[in-house]
Design a binder for this molecule. Structure first.
Ligand SMILES: NC(=O)c1ccc[n+]([C@@H]2O[C@H](COP(=O)([O-])OP(=O)(O)OC[C@H]3O[C@@H](n4cnc5c(N)ncnc54)[C@H](OP(=O)(O)O)[C@@H]3O)[C@@H](O)[C@H]2O)c1
Length: 279
């Protein structure tokens, strides 16, 4: 892996009669292509310090896309991913207070609880974070298999965020499995306003938020104006087909603006990081 942006720093070589004036030496250790340690990746992706944006949290999304914009292939994101992508996926989890994800991604990708990793233990303890991020599942239907390890075996309780009109029976099953159920929407459909999802997590003390999608949920975060950062991996693949793009939903009145923060590269994958520009 190597960093492409910000551009690696170079210092001019000592000029002498034998060396030309434009000879430079890259002194930036991130310029060379080599395997990065988890600590280096964690430093590169560290959350900004508070104060955060208008929502009072930092909501980061981590998504992968093919060159032609597919967010999955055959209903899974794995065919678009790579070892480096999975490493960064793990690091972003290692830095987050909570990972918020749409129920369809949980169903399709067979979500499991986050696992505690030694590499992040000290960093997390220093920030007052638990051993792993809480996984927060957003669902209106609560059509989730509450007997799965995601709900029965996590190191910290999985959070289920749903509307007040959600099925009481399903809420009971979720709680019986050990999930923390948050009723964050008053509408008749069981749906939750995306901004209310963020507020609910903030009220639980989670401010370094990571969303792993899917596109429907990310579309709602974007529409609500609460997405602060996008970590987008561009896979050197063309998938064609009719897969969703990484953000799905009605078009915004005005496209939201982001500024490029960094680009890493490994094996042709670009790992971009963009920060929202607040007007
Ligand atoms: N490329 C990537 O990085 C990436 C990342 C994640 C997922 N994916 C792929 O994306 C696909 C799944 O994404 P998706 O867009 O179909 O679904 P999704 O966003 O993962 O989940 C949609 C579901 O989340 C719940 N939900 C969303 N907004 C809600 C709201 N406001 N209130 C209450 N519940 C809400 C609903 O669940 P209920 O139906 O339970 O009510 C809804 O059906 C999969 O194929 C997955 O592989 C790709």
């Amino acid at each position: 892996m190597r960093r492409l942006f910000p551009p690696p720093t170079a210092t001019p070589a000592e000029t002498s009669a034998e060396t030309s004036a434009d000879t430079s030496v890259f002194t930036d250790v991130f310029a060379e292509d080599r395997e990065w340690g988890l600590d280096e990746l964690a430093d590169a992706y560290a959350y900004p310090d508070p104060p955060y944006g208008p929502s009072g949290v930092c909501l980061r999304a981590n998504m992968v896309s093919s060159l032609d914009g597919a967010a999955h292939h055959g209903g899974r994101s794995k065919p678009l991913s790579s070892d480096a992508d999975m490493r960064i996926f793990g690091v972003l989890r290692g830095l987050a207070d909570a990972v918020v994800v749409g129920a369809e991604t949980v169903r399709r990708e067979g979500y499991r609880p986050a696992r505690a990793r030694k590499a992040f233990a000290e960093r997390r303890a220093a920030l007052g974070q638990g051993p792993v991020p809480a996984i927060a599942v957003v669902s209106a239907s609560l059509d989730l298999d509450f007997s799965r390890p995601l709900f029965t075996e996590p190191l910290v309780p999985t959070i289920v965020i749903t509307g007040a009109a959600a099925s009481q029976e399903r809420v009971k099953q979720a709680r019986a499995a050990g999930a923390e159920v948050v009723l964050a929407g008053a509408g008749p459909s069981g749906r939750v306003d995306a901004a209310a999802v963020v507020t609910a997590l903030k009220e639980l003390g989670h401010t370094r938020l990571l969303t792993e999608g899917g596109p429907t949920l990310l579309g709602q975060f974007t529409a609500a104006g609460v997405l602060d950062e996008l970590c987008l991996a561009v896979a050197p693949l063309i998938a064609a087909g009719d897969a969703k793009r990484i953000v799905d939903g009605p078009g915004l009145a005005e496209p939201e603006q982001f500024a490029l923060a960094s680009v890493l590269e490994e094996a042709g994958f670009l790992f971009t990081r963009y920060r929202r520009i607040y007007q």
